[in-house]
Write a protein that binds this ligand. Sequence first.
Ligand code: IYR
Length: 225
Amino acid sequence: MEKKEINGHLHVRYRRPELTEAELKEKAKQFFQEMNLRRTVREFDSRPVPLEVMENIILTAGTAPSGAHKEPWTFCLISDPDIKKKIREAAEEEERISYSQRMPEDWKADLKPLGTDWEKPFLEEAPYLIVVFKQSYGIQNGEKIQHYYVSESVGIACGLLIAAIHQCGLVTVTHTPSPMNFLSKILNRPENEKPFLLLPVGFAKEETYVPDLQRKSLEEILVRY
Ligand code: IYR
């Protein structure tokens, strides 16, 4: 590998394949069409997923860019039915209060088309749960180390995680029970880690229906200068 010292730090030569214009257009279109098939799914099949697949999905999430390359994330992978049960029970307890007392009527009206409620059977039915934690700071040799743009970095990592889940034919739902501190307790996470996102992962149930949603058009999301 070609290496070079720049400002006293070793750098490695970086190259990407040179594509023709036609190949470039085709690749961009294909990737969009594939990602456009992604849907949030809340119903899971009991078919198991190999652990190796989950490990590669998490490795993919870990390729995300992060502030000063501090990689301020921890991914907890749960297959233990007892832990899944504990998480479901705690999440449903919070959600029951949210739906009955905390969420304003407007919010509940916005969720009507999605058909969500306080019940979260998917937290036990999916073969795996991934709980993503953001590290507000790091710990190295017992010393605190500064992390930067933590939510942005972990948010991007979750985007890659979701893309990786989708491209191997699996499904997920980005679940954010609120408040989420019960996850730190159940999973016994250290003080520097805060729960960020909970994602059940598995195959979609054989006959699954998702809301008939439309995405915004290019003209609605793109401003040309
Ligand atoms: N956290 C709740 C409510 C909820 C909120 C939004 I915004 C959603 O897009 C979906 C659900 C729940 O998980 O049901």
